[in-house]
Every structure is written in C-alpha cells, then in structure tokens.
Ligand binder design. Structure first.
Ligand code: IYR
Length: 242
C-alpha cells in the first residue's frame, strides 16, 4: 500500500471513517525561526496574576479562548473537556466563599504539609481568594471521565481515554490563548474542588480539573520575582546528533 492510499484495510471501514488531505504549509526555515522566536518571547512574558481589575471583558473573547483550547489533541479524539464560564456576581461570590473555606483548612489547619508550605512561600499565597469575585470571569474546566450517550432512549456510558493528559493540554492552550489576546489568568486548584460540581450543578460524569479567573491584571500589580529554568535544565538530548 502506498502512503497515499487509505490506511483502512476494508472499503467498508474507509467509507465509515473517511480521511481527507492534510492542510499543511511548509515554511522556509528563516520564517520558522522567526515565528518560533516570536511565540517564545510572547509566552515568556506571561505571568500568573493574583490581583485582577474588575473591568469587564467581552464574552466573545472568552468564547474564542475556549474555542482555541478545544483544538487540543485528545485520546481517541474524545475531547473530554467542558468549560463552564461564569460572570454572575452571586455565583462568583459562592465560589469564593467555598474556595476560601477549603483553603482556610489547607493553610491555617495545616492540611498543606510543611514541604508544600515551603514551596508556596515565594508566591505569597494564603487562603484569601478575592480574585474569585473581582475578576470579571471565572472559567472552570471540567474533565469528562466518561461520555453518556443516548442509545435507544437509554443512557449508555462510553469511556474516555487519557482524560487528564487531554484536559491538561487543553488547559495549556487556554492559558496561551488568553495571554495572546491580552488577558491574564491564574490556574487555581482550590483543594478539594468537589464543591464546584455542586455550585455549578454539573453532572456525575464531570470532575473539576482547574479553575481560571480571567480578566485584566490590576493596575500596578506586582508578581513574584521568579525566573524560568534555563533550557539546559529542561531539555536533555540523548544519542548522536545529525
Ligand atoms: N491550592 C492552594 C495552594 C496552592 C498550590 C499551588 I501547587 C500553587 O502554585 C499555589 C497555591 C491555593 O490556591 O492557595
């Protein structure tokens, strides 16, 4: 079989799951380098912020960020993600209250062990989470552990694959999309997060993965003076080079 033929062994399967030509443009290497450098420099500017401006952000921008995140690859193309976007001040306040209660136990009743507290010290975090009601949007990302399909009027469970990996990749693309359009966020994982399912009335097959306040950074906000690991600490090359 040549590369250009359909990979399925039978015409029946090929008809059921058709393939189409890939839309892909090869670029000259100098252009590739310039684009790669530009994206790197842009993303290197990204910082998580914990203080937001209350200025409104149009829903269309949130929709575009979610659409971009939903281009992520996923196990067996199951797309096991659900983004819940909240603007309603009452729901945001309810989320803040529940998150702060969980984090109060973490920080003040030592549910975070000593090593963890030490790791968090440079970030200056505590159990107060004002950003949850100040930011104009909260987006909660849920992972769909399984799919519920209607089969002849009966709900049937279909397993999703590599759910955490898939949803993690979508989360990264969501953060990238927000930064690229000029918005800030903070991946927040109030722990435990089960209260989000109740407050947002999500079904049994969905589990909270992470929560993102989204908005503009508060004017004059400061961020921890952090540096990123150098390439030599994050990239290992093995074997001979060509
Ligand atoms: N979820 C807690 C603790 C926390 C954990 C990590 I990992 C951070 O990078 C920051 C905070 C909280 O949000 O306070």
């Amino acid at each position: 079989m040549s590369l250009y033929e359909h990979p399925y062994p039978s015409a029946e399967l090929a008809a059921k799951h058709p393939f189409i030509p890939l839309d892909f443009e090869r670029r000259p290497e100098p252009e590739m380098l310039a684009r790669a450098q530009q994206l790197h420099d842009e993303l290197d500017q990204r910082r998580s912020v914990r203080m937001f401006s209350p200025d409104p952000v149009p829903a269309e921008l949130i929709e575009l960020a979610v659409s971009t995140a939903a281009t992520a690859p996923s196990g067996a193309h199951k797309q096991p993600w659900r983004f819940v976007a909240i603007q309603d001040p009452q729901i945001k306040a309810a989320i803040q209250q529940a998150a702060e209660e969980e984090e109060r136990v973490n920080y003040l009743e030592n549910r975070l062990n000593e090593e963890w507290q030490e790791a968090l010290a440079p970030l200056g975090t505590d159990h107060h989470k004002e950003f949850l009601s100040v930011a104009p949007w909260i987006v909660v990302l849920f992972e769909e552990r399984y799919e519920v399909r209607d089969v002849d009027g009966e709900p049937e469970r279909r397993k999703n694959y590599y759910v955490k990996e898939s949803v993690g990749m979508a989360a990264g693309m969501f953060i990238t999309a927000l930064h690229h359009m000029g918005l800030a966020t903070l991946p927040h994982t109030p722990s435990p997060m089960a209260f989000l399912s109740q407050v947002l009335e999500r079904p049994e097959n969905e589990r909270p993965f992470a929560l993102f306040p989204v908005g503009y950074p508060l004017d004059g906000v400061q961020v921890p003076d952090l540096s990123r690991k150098p390439l030599s600490d994050v990239l290992v090359r093995v074997g001979s080079t060509s």
